[in-house]
Design a protein around this ligand. Structure first.
Ligand SMILES: [Zn+2]
Length: 280
């Protein structure tokens, strides 16, 4: 059976756009912004988690490392998909207001993965999204680093150096979100979706589940709306997680969804947030 990788090689190559290069100086500035999070309480907590996982191997490194799960929509409907949108941050900390307006107009529930660095530049927008029950806010990492406990990377993307950094990405990202919204995230997506098996275990220990995707929309490779529509319709099945972005107003997610959603609805699909699925 052909895999997504064989179907969309060019799209995969372009995934590097998910996590644009950030200068060392900019990273230093970002660390300064977050310095206040490294409290004695947090450092002790992190040390405990590190001790618990001492000697555990990193395991497989892939964008499809994920827990085996079977999703059933809580309402019993068996044709439900999850539209997920990332806000990566760094140089790309924009906001696709037209896309969010469209989701609201059509009453399409969606899951928004937000990084700490995007949030820092979009606080009022974040507050507005977090209080809208149509949206579920989830964790895209404190500084949008690819989470590898061995310091591995893909597409030359800025990555964590070790387990300690992975815990920072996950736990401090979650604390940043819950500190502003009052709700602690349940899901975590690593930058580029690549991660390793140890990171999965750490996320679980921290009360979060790592989520990758089933359908690559193609937005990060600047696909046309038509191509994105095709990708979404081709992969449509119950429980499928579609990955898109909402930090690039110049991309074509809204136009693609304007074409794909009526067709999916015609086929009997509805949409739900990730937290609306029962994981078995
Ligand atoms: Zn991202």
């Amino acid at each position: 059976m052909p895999t997504l990788r064989t179907i969309f090689p060019a799209v995969f190559a372009a995934v590097l756009l998910l996590a644009p290069a950030v200068s060392a100086r900019q990273r230093g500035d970002e660390r300064n912004v977050f310095r206040s999070y490294y409290t004695p309480e947090y450092l002790a907590f992190r040390a405990r988690i590190m001790a618990e996982f001492s000697g555990v191997k990193a395991g497989k490194f892939s964008e499809f490392v994920k827990p085996s799960r079977k999703d059933t929509a809580k309402n019993g409907d068996l044709k439900v998909m999850a539209l997920t949108f990332d806000a990566c941050g760094g140089r790309h900390s924009g906001y696709n207001a037209a896309l969010i307006d469209y989701l609201r107009r059509e009453q399409i529930p969606a899951t928004l993965f937000v990084s700490g660095i995007w949030l820092e530049k979009n606080k009022s927008t974040f507050a507005e999204l977090a209080k809208d029950p149509l949206f579920e806010i989830e964790n895209h990492g404190l500084m949008h680093r690819l989470c590898s406990t061995e310091g591995r990377t893909m597409f030359k993307v800025h990555a964590t150096r070790n387990l300690s950094d992975v815990i920072d990405e996950m736990e401090l990202g979650a604390r940043r979100i819950s500190g502003l919204s009052g709700r602690r995230p349940l899901f975590f997506r690593s930058a580029t979706a690549y991660t390793d098996e140890l990171s999965l275990k750490v996320a679980k220990r921290l009360g979060m589940e790592v989520v990758s995707y089933d359908i690559l929309s193609g937005d990060a490779s600047k696909a046309s709306a038509k191509t994105m529509e095709k990708n979404i319709l081709k992969g449509a099945r119950h429980g499928a997680v579609v990955i898109m972005h909402f930090n690039h107003p110049e991309w074509h997610e809204k136009e693609a969804l304007e074409m794909a959603v009526p067709e999916l609805r015609k086929r009997g699909f509805s949409f739900a947030r990730l937290e609306d699925f029962t994981i078995q």
